[in-house]
Design a protein around this ligand. Structure first.
Ligand SMILES: *Cc1c(COP(=O)(O)O)cnc(C)c1O
Length: 338
């Protein structure tokens, strides 16, 4: 067993045994290889470095109550990465190859999967980059697909912790029909400046409105937006520049299973004050309740600072319950690593 204090583990890089690496050359993917060294050597003209030919994914493996290790909805991450690869003109990684890579790399690092009861999980980061040299603007001739893993702790120790959010109208994240709906590093680069500014001024997360009119709610910089009305109606934005979050997809399904109404439609900024509960959602945390949203001199109070709404708590408990094997996996979301 590695010498890790599981309970104090955060969300950061930890060295493990190896990652898995595949190279695409001469029109096809090669065999996966385990690589111990967490560094990479590439041509200085690699297309990922100059022209941002890069995409990634984020997913998790969980050690369940009965000791089984499962991947949570890996085929959804595989499909999303295929869409991103198409959008950035990279060779898609077939779903089977993606899932096999995840199984292999988790197995090769199995002692780093946090044990059940620690609140931790194994974070899996797939990465696809253009590694062939390309100086004229064109897709590269060589690509590298990597899957790296690391143990991570419960994001918020001691339960859900509501945060305050800010809307900074001076910066946009993604344009309509740009790259907002695919998972590329460039979207993070686009939001980093505003993120640092927000953080310095006391807001841990920023919320974006649509880039065209600044009228409709889009998403947070790295997670989707969801609002819940007092009657339990689950509302989340429908927009071509929002990243289709797999967590959001799962929460919507859980809400529908609980008999709540689910609406996917444009959400005008003015409607935010009508929500009884608001949250950011994504793989890293599942849900982060948002208790206050500031836009200039406009401050919308959603709840008390330490208040977690009953609907958000229920959704969180349901998704985590399925991930840790405490609740029946009625939709077949958990993929066992045998
Ligand atoms: C990855 C990501 C999310 C969350 O997606 P999940 O599949 O739920 O992890 C939300 N927004 C953006 C911009 C993202 O990159």
């Amino acid at each position: 067993m590695p010498n890790i204090d599981w309970k104090s583990l955060g969300f950061g890089f930890t060295d493990v045994n190896c990652h898995i690496r595949y190279v695409w050359k001469d029109g096809k993917w090669g065999e996966g290889e385990f690589v111990k060294d967490p560094t990479i050597t590439m041509h200085i003209g690699a297309s990922c470095l100059h022209y941002g030919q890069e995409c990634f994914e984020g997913m998790k493996a969980f050690c369940q109550k009965d000791g089984k290790v499962v991947l949570f909805r890996p085929e959804e991450n595989a499909r999303r990465m295929m869409r991103t690869a198409q959008r950035t003109v990279m060779p898609p990684v077939p779903v089977d190859m993606f899932i096999e890579a995840a199984e292999k790399v988790v197995k090769a690092n199995i002692e780093y999967v946090p044990p059940y009861g620690t609140g931790g999980s194994m974070y899996i980061r797939p990465l696809l980059i253009g590694t062939g040299p390309q100086i004229g603007v064109a897709p590269a001739s060589e690509y590298t697909f990597i899957m790296m893993v690391m143990p991570v702790g419960a994001y918020y120790k001691g339960g859900l912790k509501p945060v305050r959010a800010v809307i900074l109208d001076d910066w946009d994240r993604a344009a309509p029909h740009g790259m907002g709906d695919v998972k590329v590093g460039g979207n993070y680069a686009a939001s980093l400046y505003a993120h640092e500014k927000a953080k310095k001024e006391g807001w841990p997360v920023e919320l974006y409105l649509d880039a065209k009119e600044h009228k409709y709610v889009e998403e947070f910089s790295t997670s989707n937006f969801l609002g819940i009305k007092a009657d339990g109606t689950y509302v989340t934005p429908d927009s071509c520049s929002v990243l289709p979050s797999i967590t959001n997809m799962s929460l919507k399904q859980c809400a529908a299973d609980l008999g709540w109404k689910v609406e996917c439609r444009p959400i005008p900024y003015e409607e935010i004050k009508e929500f009884a509960e608001v949250a950011a959602c994504g793989t890293a945390v599942v849900v982060t309740p948002v208790w206050e949203i500031t836009r200039g001199s406009d401050v919308i109070k959603i709840s008390g600072q330490d208040e977690v709404g009953p609907h958000l708590q229920k959704l969180f408990d349901t998704v985590q319950g399925i991930q840790y094997g405490l609740l029946p996996d009625t939709h077949g979301w958990c993929h066992e690593v045998k």
